[in-house]
Design a protein around this ligand. Structure first.
Ligand code: TYD
Ligand code: MG
Length: 454
């Protein structure tokens, strides 16, 4: 007889406890522990295609290049570091409705069209629904196989029988392992199924895409532990109601991270955007106060984004501070620098900051642009529309050098900007001759004078 034991598992981090706790001792979140039934005696066995290989000297391991299979979607290939590595497990996360199923169906379509067998496990939607969607995305190739199944052991059997070039699991949250009694979507099920499928991928050398939904709080519903198990983690960013989608690699064992791919959702599915800077700036209103363009680097690619600020007198005792696309604490710091070092009286002002297009910028090179956007809106003087602004801001209002200045400046030049306000320290390392006028500044005050003169 199997003995069922219940454990309490944290839905945020996967921590397990024998008794219920109000607060998770691991991630300190309140009320995240949920009860789950676990079969104690029959630990599920890991799936194996071939007998386990004995340990060998690392020296003797052959160092051939990993086999990479291009997805034929250029933006996706770049994020993956050149293509899908055989035997790798790739997690594609994002909010519901953002386009995860769409892009993987497109990849499946393309690979199957080049006479490779693809297995699409559509456990969330019916096979008919998926067919309807695939019809919208173009001609359906013969080699695209679809199955509606949630039992991972059966799926492993199908993989063994059909030996496809890639497998897509849509989604990992509805998968279940017959060895566990808990409901699909629970922490233990998601983790167990992911571990099982990872073992299948490794032993069969077949790459598997896992689709995972993200909750409102921003973590993959269920456990974050999935991130540690897989080789590559890709997240969809962007707002569902706009057509712009950004796919970002946050982890990649076979390539660089923080590489992004830019897509647009159209009636024919996701379409690559070849010139994202131009698209991001397409709706920019010239001569607007509080709008500044900054060349950021996302992974290896320069990207021009528009930072907007609105500074208006507040009626509240505690003026509002709101930002989207940039780090809130960074904004607080920049506002303090503007108050204390530049002498702007922002204490009684509501301040709203937005990076256009739903892009999230994490690098400090955006600092000076944020500071200038605030000052421009506060003073009601527009920043010269043909200028881009580039620099990190230090606590004493000094403007610091940024990394990879040349590719940023080239991108601004390519899109027809005439002036670039940049840290003086960056100027001495530049080897290329640029047509764009470079204005070196040392402090935020200098930058303000250069940018706000009309
Ligand atoms: P979907 O891939 O189903 O999202 P997810 O799998 O991440 O939950 O995307 C669904 C959205 O995309 C839906 O709102 C409709 C839209 N869409 C298009 O605009 N064009 C298309 O060709 C397709 C297939 C979907
Ligand atoms: Mg879906």
């Amino acid at each position: 007889m199997t003995k069922v034991k219940t454990v309490f598992v944290c839905s945020a981090c996967g921590y397990q406890s024998a008794k219920w706790l109000g607060r998770c001792p691991d991630c300190n979140n309140w009320n995240t522990l949920v009860e789950e039934a676990q079969v104690r005696e029959s630990r599920p066995s890991r799936y194996q295609f071939s007998p386990a290989s004995p340990p060998q000297s690392l020296l003797d391991v052959p160092t051939s290049e990993e086999m990479r299979q291009p997805t034929q979607i250029k933006e996706l290939d770049r994020i993956l570091g050149g293509g899908i590595v055989s035997g790798s497990v790739i997690l594609v996360g994002g909010e519901p409705g953002i386009g995860k199923s769409t892009i993987l169906l497109q990849v499946s379509n393309k690979l199957a069209a080049s006479s490779q067998r693809v297995l699409y496990v559509s456990a969330e939607e019916s096979i008919r629904q998926t067919k309807l969607r695939a019809t919208r995305l173009g001609e359906i190739p013969k080699n695209l196989y679809i199955v509606s199944e949630t039992n991972v052991e059966l799926i492993a059997e199908y993989i063994k029988k059909y030996s496809p070039a890639i497998v897509v699991i849509d989604s990992i949250q509805v998968m279940s392992s017959p060895n566990l009694t808990s409901a699909p979507g629970s922490v233990s099920q998601v983790r167990e199924c992911a571990a099982y499928l990872t073992a299948v991928a490794k032993s069969s050398n077949i790459p598997i895409f896992l689709i995972g939904h993200i909750t409102k709080e921003g973590f993959l519903a269920g456990p974050r532990v999935l991130e540690h198990m897989v080789d590559t983690v890709l997240y969809f960013e962007g707002q569902r109601h706009t057509s712009f989608r950004i796919l970002r690699a946050v982890k990649n064992r076979f390539g660089s991270t923080n590489e992004i791919g830019v897509f647009q959702m159209t009636a024919e599915g996701l379409v690559e955007v070849n010139n994202p800077s131009q698209l991001l700036l397409s709706e920019r209103s010239k001569k607007a106060c509080g709008s500044v363009v900054v060349p950021c680097i996302e992974g290896t690619r320069p990207l021009l984004v528009e930072v907007q600020a609105l500074v208006s007198r507040s009626n509240l005792a505690m003026p509002r501070r709101w930002c989207s696309g940039v780090d809130y604490n960074r904004i607080a710091l920049l506002i303090a620098v503007l108050e204390k070092r530049v002498g702007l009286n922002l204490g009684s002002q509501d301040i709203f900051i937005n990076v256009v297009g739903g892009v999230k910028i994490q690098e400090p090179a955006i600092d000076l642009a944020v500071a200038l956007a605030c000052a421009s809106s506060f003073k009601d003087v527009p920043v010269d529309e043909e200028s881009v602004v580039l620099g990190e801001v230090g606590l004493s209002a000094e403007v610091r050098a940024v990394t990879q200045p040349e590719s940023r400046i080239l991108e601004a030049q390519r899109l027809g900007f005439k002036h670039c306000i940049i840290a003086k320290n960056n100027l001495k390392d530049l080897k290329t001759k640029f047509e764009i006028e470079l204005i070196g500044v040392e402090t935020v005050k200098d930058a303000l004078e250069a940018a706000l003169k009309r």
